[in-house]
Design a protein around this ligand. Sequence first.
Ligand SMILES: Nc1ncnc2c1ncn2[C@@H]1O[C@H](COP(=O)(O)OP(=O)(O)OP(=O)(O)O)[C@@H](O)[C@H]1O
Length: 278
Amino acid sequence: MSDNDPSSPLVELAGVGKNFGNIIALSDVSFAVRPAEVSCILGDNGAGKSTLIKIISGLHQHSTGSYRVDGEPVKFTSPRDALDRGIATVYQDLALVPLMPVWRNFFLGSELTSGVWPFRQIRAEEMRATADAELKAMGIEVPDINQPVNTLSGGQRQVLAIARAIHFGARVLILDEPTAALGVKQAGVVLKYISSAREAGLGVILISHNPHHAYLVGDHFTVLKQGTVDLSAPRSELALDELTHYMAGGAELETLQHELRRMDPPDVGAVHELSESR
Ligand SMILES: Nc1ncnc2c1ncn2[C@@H]1O[C@H](COP(=O)(O)OP(=O)(O)OP(=O)(O)O)[C@@H](O)[C@H]1O
């Protein structure tokens, strides 16, 4: 049953678990994203972030719990099923072809054509103009829409991939570590477009290792630890240093610090004696 309340979740997982044979990758995970919301998933290596987004994007099926889109239970069998419901994923490798022009990459796999095979032709001028207009509408300044994608900066490439997903109808955008390989300035460019996507009413799922980046744009934060939800809190109930603390494995670090303090300092005198006797 579909819900017309604009604040009801686009995507909602409740008590979701995922096993790979004997390996429990996720257990009892609940998560949601609403329109015009950036919902961040954070966690260390192996915490379960990829498994969670693969379930949402149709690459994996959940083993237990429920997954709903617009309030309807779903069990996707492929990423195509998720895309048909407006759930698009921008992976780290971005699926761009480096030597192809920007406009070709914008339409990659969805080229506009006319005529029937074998006389089919691509509508190059129309695609160039559309890609140019769409990028400009997002405030992306590409000097020449014909330039190869590998001449763009890492940040611009991320933004191109985001703009492409939005143009082709994404309502939910899953971004897998979009700032991981970027410097501060480029990361800023990408975070700005994440905010624009939110302002355009999209639900954004942002996967990150970096609490500082996530906190700049996030409305809700879910920290995964060993496949379970360690923290789930809206921005209003969470300060950046608390989030950083969780991410750094706060309690474990404190225990380690305590133990290190209790250990005897290295025996400096003995080292000194040893070097003088030589
Ligand atoms: N296809 C698979 N088969 C078996 N185990 C898997 C599979 N995919 C993930 N796992 C296991 O599930 C757990 C969660 O992995 P996942 O890749 O989701 O973590 P992650 O938080 O995305 O880590 P990273 O940040 O390193 O990508 C890990 O223990 C991993 O080894």
